[in-house]
Write a protein that binds this ligand. Structure first.
Ligand SMILES: [Zn+2]
Length: 124
């Protein structure tokens, strides 16, 4: 299998065979070790309701090199999600879904859905 398509934890990038469990989300995955790290973070801190909101990375305190070093990981997540979307659309097509219904589901035209996902599939 193409390494880009190997199922891996979206958070730490470990491959499925290298972790005990991998839990699927919408196009992403999290491994048992990352879940455990999340549990530990949640146990350490008891945020107020305002602090409980999602915290964005602090770009202000981040050196340029660190910011640049994170870009490939974010791009890899994009590639992973796109691969998942391709496989889900492929399954929808295998089940007989039309390009119009796939496009409607994704908020795009039939033509846009076909152009983005048809790949080697014959025009239908
Ligand atoms: Zn992980």
């Amino acid at each position: 299998m193409d390494d880009k398509l190997t199922t891996r934890c979206t958070f730490c990038q470990k491959r499925a065979p290298d972790v005990s469990k991998l839990i699927a989300g919408p196009g992403i995955y999290i491994c048992d070790q990352c879940v455990q790290a999340c549990v530990e973070i949640l146990e350490q801190t008891a945020p107020s309701p305002e602090e409980g909101a999602a915290q964005l990375p602090s770009w202000h305190s981040m050196a340029d090199a660190e910011l640049l070093s994170r870009l490939p990981r974010i791009a890899a997540v994009g590639t992973q999600v796109e691969g998942s979307l391709q496989r889900w659309v492929g399954e929808a097509r295998r089940r007989g879904s039309s390009w119009a219904s796939i496009g409607e589901s994704l908020g795009m035209s039939r033509q846009s859905a076909w152009e983005r996902f048809a790949g080697n599939e014959e025009a239908a």
